[in-house]
Each structure stands twice: as C-alpha cells, then as structure tokens.
Design a protein around this ligand. Structure first.
Ligand SMILES: *Cc1c(COP(=O)(O)O)cnc(C)c1O
Length: 351
C-alpha cells in the first residue's frame, strides 16, 4: 500500500437497490411509488424559468420549510429540509451522535445506519429484533449515545405503536432519539404528536415514497427549534445550498395537493392488503406490513431462487444476503397490474 493510502478514510458504502435500464421490467425493488407525483408538480416544472438557474437557490429553503410547517402545524423554526432523508439523517448523525457511548438501532434495519456510524466514527450497538421481527422496547432503555429507529421498520414493514415510541423517549431524556418515518404515511402512527412533550425527539420523513418524488431528493426533519438550529449550523458548515431550485419549487407543489396525496396512498394501501391475501394463499409467511412493501418468506421455495427466477422474467424485487433475513424477499407495492403479474408468475412457478 502506498504511504498516502494508509491515511485515506476508507468506507464500506451502502448498496442501493438496482436501477435497471430496461424499460419493460416490473420494478418492485426500491419501494418507489408506482403512481406519478401530484399534477401540480408537472405544471410547476413546465412553468419554471431556466433563466433563474444562473442564481443560487434559497439557502434557507424557505418556501419548502414554510409549506411543511403549515401542513404539520409547527413553526418554521422546527423544520429542516435536505437532499432526501438520507441527507437529513446523515446530517443528524453528524450533529447529534457525538458521544463516546454507542448509539442504538435494530440489528435488522435500514442498512445505511451502520454505514454513517462507521463514516463518522460513531460507536454503535445493534439490538436484535425478536423472532417475529418486532422491536424489543426494553433493549432501548440502556445507557447510550442516542437512538435511531425507523417506524415502520425497514425492510420488515413492522411498526411500533405510539405508546412504544413514547416509552423509549421517556427512558432517554439525555440523548437525541431519531424516528425515521420514511414509510409512516402507509399506515403507522407518527411521532409528530409527541413533539410538544419531548425536546430531544427528531422525526424524519421523505418525499421519496408516499409523495412519489424519489428522483427529486427531498427529505425533512421536524423537531424542537433548538435541534433544528443545531442541524442548520452543521449544514451551513458543509454546503449552504443543498437543495436545488427545482426541488424547492416542485416540493411545495407536492405538499399542496392533499387530495391527490390521500388518493394515491389509499391505492397503494388497498393493493397491499389485497396482495397480502394472495401471497398468504400461496404459502408465503410475513408480518403485517404498515409500509409500501411486504417482507416475505416461503417455507418451500428459497428466497434467493425466487429472487433470481423473478429477475429472469423481468420482475425485480429486493433480496438481502444477510444473517437472519437471507430467506426473505422485500417486495415493493406496485400498481395492481404489476402485482397481478407477480402473483401470476409465482402461481406458475409453484405449480
Ligand atoms: C427510503 C428510506 C430512506 C431514505 O429515503 P430518501 O430517498 O433519501 O428520502 C430513509 N430511511 C428509510 C428507512 C428508507 O427506507
């Protein structure tokens, strides 16, 4: 190894789901929303003036902060916006997890957490889910440097209820507790209602799943003004202009159209409920999903084989070759037609 190379910050990066180039595939591998963004988003995009691009965007991300503050009935000082919730979460790790004590998160969870912890040299300790992939709340009552938990959890789709989230908060007034609500709109209870009681709670959400805007990269955190101030201090020490003009403008439009939002959510939820029944009938086992994906296993057909056979036929789902979950498939909820194609394939395969 060359001398300079010894001092390189070496990281094992996060592996995102495949984004295949082929057009005629069924893509159920990255939890994207199968429906387009709200109609106002397209309208606003067409009306954008390219001439404006010569200027820097609004460093304070004000239009988006204001519309989110109004939507959630909080003060603008309680909202932080970033380049997808990945950016918001990474920034939060850097800002709030600065203790010598380990931070806690589940052993089976969003696989970016350990990557950020390693990158920022934050000690961490994974807490095992129980055999049904539920979080054991008592495991989170020990001394620690902070807590991050997705609710619903990914890739399991299992949700905690509000009382469980509050139990964790009650036992930890001394550290920041981040609840990653990437999938909250698909059926779990948001911790936002607990904000008035807990100054150390940070709720992180995203436009990528429920608002069909993964490509625009918009995420946000809501918390006490003090927390948001600390986050902004770190952001301005890093890059003042994280959000580009297009994302700021189009994000506002997505929030404005509540009717469209509720309609698409309901469609995804209805499809999920129907497909859960179909998969059960085919012998799959899984926990009840409160997200836009199903994390399923089959007692007779190994997940890896199913994953490869599906891919061969142009249906992409996600497979994780990791301890405890290497016999599971994470299947995102697509349109009814896409899910029917999946079920038809599985019926034929299992004949
Ligand atoms: C998808 C996802 C995110 C990040 O999504 P962004 O596209 O960066 O907003 C964060 N947490 C979990 C658990 C996710 O599944």
């Amino acid at each position: 190894m060359a001398t300079w190379e010894e001092n390189v910050r070496k990281v094992v990066p996060y592996t995102p789901g495949e984004q295949p180039k082929a057009k005629n595939i069924i893509k159920l591998n990255t939890n994207e929303n199968p429906y387009p963004p709200a109609p106002g988003v397209e309208r606003a995009l067409r009306e954008m003036e390219v001439q404006e691009f010569r200027k820097y965007p609004d460093a304070e991300t004000k239009p988006l902060v204001d519309v989110l503050a109004e939507y959630f009935q909080v003060k603008p000082e309680q909202v932080f916006v970033g380049v997808g919730s990945d950016d918001v979460l990474a920034m939060s790790f850097l800002t709030f997890f600065n203790s010598k004590k380990p931070i806690l998160f589940p052993d089976i969870t969003y696989s970016f957490y350990d990557v950020w912890a390693d990158l920022f040299q934050i000690p961490y300790e994974c807490q095992p889910l129980d055999d049904n992939f539920h979080i054991k709340i008592d495991d989170y009552k020990k001394e620690c440097g902070g807590i991050v938990i997705p609710n619903p959890n990914a890739p399991t789709g299992v949700a905690m209820n509000l009382a469980q989230v509050e139990e964790i908060l009650q036992s930890h007034p001394e550290v920041i507790v981040i609840i990653d609500e990437a999938y909250i709109d698909f059926g779990a209870e948001s911790a936002l209602t607990l904000l008035p009681k807990y100054e150390n709670l940070l709720v992180v959400q995203t436009f990528s799943k429920s608002r069909s805007m993964a490509g625009m990269r918009i995420g946000y955190a809501i918390g006490a003004p003090k927390l948001i101030k600390y986050l902004n201090d770190v952001k301005y020490s890093f890059n003042s202009y994280t959000m580009n003009m297009t994302a700021l403008t189009l994000g506002v439009e997505a929030v404005k159209d509540e009717t469209y939002f509720r309609e698409t959510l309901q469609k995804v939820i209805n499809t999920r409920e129907r497909i859960q029944k179909e998969l059960k009938a085919l012998g799959f086992v899984f926990q009840d999903s409160k997200s836009n994906f199903i994390f399923a296993s089959h007692p007779k057909y190994p997940a890896k084989e199913l994953f490869e056979a599906l891919k061969e036929s142009g249906i992409y789902v996600r497979y994780f070759n990791k301890p405890r979950i290497d016999n599971y498939l994470r299947i995102s909820i697509g349109t009814d037609e896409e899910m029917d194609a999946l079920v038809t394939f599985l019926k034929n395969y299992m004949k």
